[in-house]
Write a protein that binds this ligand. Structure first.
Ligand SMILES: NC(=O)c1ccc[n+]([C@@H]2O[C@H](COP(=O)([O-])OP(=O)(O)OC[C@H]3O[C@@H](n4cnc5c(N)ncnc54)[C@H](OP(=O)(O)O)[C@@H]3O)[C@@H](O)[C@H]2O)c1
Length: 240
């Protein structure tokens, strides 16, 4: 990029936290490119951003698709990894163990595949932000599977911060955030879950995608932050 304009790629930028991060970051000094698998959804997100960002549809879990995307993109400065997965929830005694592998395939693999594919063109003075979850940091019944999956990202970030230095590598661990991630629940049930968590959360509400976008923007901008986990959960970690 030119001296004063940086470029941030957001994998999983067509919805929720990734989309809010695109809105938060795009500016005359920050170019943004958003990705997702579903072209229609991506186009809707792109339109909601006034067509001010780049966009690319591909499956981040497929290393060859990720490689093709980064090869055609060229040099860039920041990578936000917001690709999602929802497997691994439920009581351990009846947890389908295949869901642990499935959750890794849906969430950990796309984030790692994209970082690996991005390395040849990612500015070493830039940053990488993984999105994990507070489920990897709290001891609450029913989250052993999803916590284990998210825990992988908490573990790799500081290791990679040292291995890939001076590239800065951090993780954001969101709490309960009102995004389409929760659309698997019928509306009434989802609202009941949100109300229950709002009651448990010290700040008295669940999170908005914009709350997490602010945390990500901080890690992207602060050149002295690396290998860190930034928990953005309204204090749920200490109260669940
Ligand atoms: N919402 C919460 O309460 C919460 C809590 C803790 C952690 N998180 C984490 O925060 C991150 C963002 O989630 P969100 O809540 O913003 O969910 P979301 O609204 O469902 O957004 C997920 C985004 O990832 C994209 N995506 C998923 N798999 C992909 C793949 N293989 N390749 C490319 N793009 C992919 C989706 O687009 P396509 O479907 O079109 O691919 C979408 O843009 C996730 O890692 C999630 O696990 C969320």
């Amino acid at each position: 990029m030119s001296e004063n304009i940086e470029h941030c790629v957001i994998i999983g930028g067509s919805s929720g936290i990734g989309l809010a991060t695109a809105k938060r970051l795009v500016s005359p000094t920050m170019k943004v490119t958003i990705t997702g698998r579903n072209e229609e959804k991506l186009k809707g997100a792109w339109k909601s951003l006034g067509g001010t960002v780049g966009k690319a549809a591909f499956d981040a879990a497929k290393p060859e698709e990720a490689r093709h995307f980064f090869d055609s993109l060229g040099p860039f400065d920041h990578l936000v990894l917001a690709a999602s997965g929802g497997k691994g929830l439920g009581p351990f005694a009846t947890l389908d163990l295949a869901d642990i592998g499935g959750g890794v395939d849906e969430k950990v693999r796309p984030q790692l595949a994209c970082l690996q594919a991005a390395l040849p063109t990612l500015n070493r003075s830039g940053s990488v932000t993984f999105i994990s979850a507070v489920s990897a940091q709290i001891a609450a019944p029913g989250i052993a599977g999803i916590g284990a999956i998210n825990g992988m990202l908490l573990t790799v970030a500081p290791i990679l911060a040292v291995e890939l230095k001076p590239l800065r590598i951090n993780v954001v661990a969101p709490g309960i955030i009102d995004t389409p991630w929760w659309d698997f629940l019928p509306d009434e049930q989802r609202q009941a879950v949100f109300a229950e968590y709002a009651g448990k959360t010290p700040v008295g509400r669940i999170g908005r995608a914009e709350d997490v976008a602010d945390a990500i923007a901080f890690l992207v901008a602060n050149g002295f932050m690396t290998g860190q986990v930034l928990t953005c959960d309204g204090g749920l970690r200490f109260a669940a």
